[in-house]
Design a binder for this molecule. Structure first.
Ligand SMILES: C[S@@+](CC[C@H](N)C(=O)[O-])C[C@H]1O[C@@H](n2cnc3c(N)ncnc32)[C@H](O)[C@@H]1O
Length: 190
């Protein structure tokens, strides 16, 4: 698969910050389910204009770091224009490669990006190299609603979980879903 063909077009980046999306996810509230704490380091993979990056930065506080990675300079510029706190470090990075050192993140946050990247197993191994806990939010192929990427681009949670377990995240399970989306939480105990 050519993963560039699945990439979100930055022309539509305003959609990622729309009031409707804010109301749908209430990101500060959604993130409360995770034990992301002050002083921790989070890698926000495919951060876009920072819909999750800024709430993540609130959670880690001034002593923490959110590495905000995206291949699109337009997305990174849009995030920069939102004046993120110093805890946010913007990094141009083309997934599946993550230009961070080994074990440099406490959490990997991948929201609505894995379906845009290939190969999945390479991506997961790279995530495991960088950290031990991964959180993946993405679109159901059998979603009820019409929003989101083409269904043929979407990944079944089972597929992601199998790849996670085969590539170092021995604990991996789906912990939430609604009609359109799902959440997978994974960790490496070794
Ligand atoms: C649908 S947007 C989601 C953005 C953000 N995670 C959110 O939920 O608001 C997907 C993002 O992933 C980025 N992306 C897609 N393919 C990428 C790649 N190969 N490397 C890095 N970023 C990528 C896109 O530029 C875009 O910003």
């Amino acid at each position: 698969m050519n993963s560039e063909a699945h990439r979100f077009d930055p022309v539509h980046l305003d959609r990622l910050l729309s009031p409707q999306r804010q109301a749908r996810w209430a990101p500060q509230d959604f993130l409360k389910r995770f034990e992301i704490g002050a002083g921790q380091r989070v890698a926000d993979l495919g951060c876009g204009p920072g819909f999750w990056t800024l709430p993540l930065a609130e959670k880690v506080g001034a002593a923490g770091t959110v590495f905000a990675l995206d291949v699109s300079q337009d997305m990174l510029n849009a995030l920069a224009s939102r004046q993120p706190p110093p805890a946010v470090q913007l990094l141009r990075s083309e997934l599946p490669a993550i230009n961070l050192p080994d074990n440099s993140a406490d959490w990997l946050w991948a929201a609505f990006v894995l379906h845009e990247v290939a190969p999945l197993d390479v991506q997961v191994r790279e995530m495991r190299r960088v950290g031990k806990r991964a959180l993946i939010l993405d679109w159901r192929p059998d979603a009820q609603g019409e929003a989101g990427p083409p269904r043929s681009h979407r990944l079944w949670p089972r597929e992601i979980i199998d790849v996670l377990r085969a590539n170092g995240f021995d604990q991996a399970r789906q912990t939430w879903q609604d009609d359109d989306n799902y959440l997978i939480e994974a960790s490496a105990t070794a």
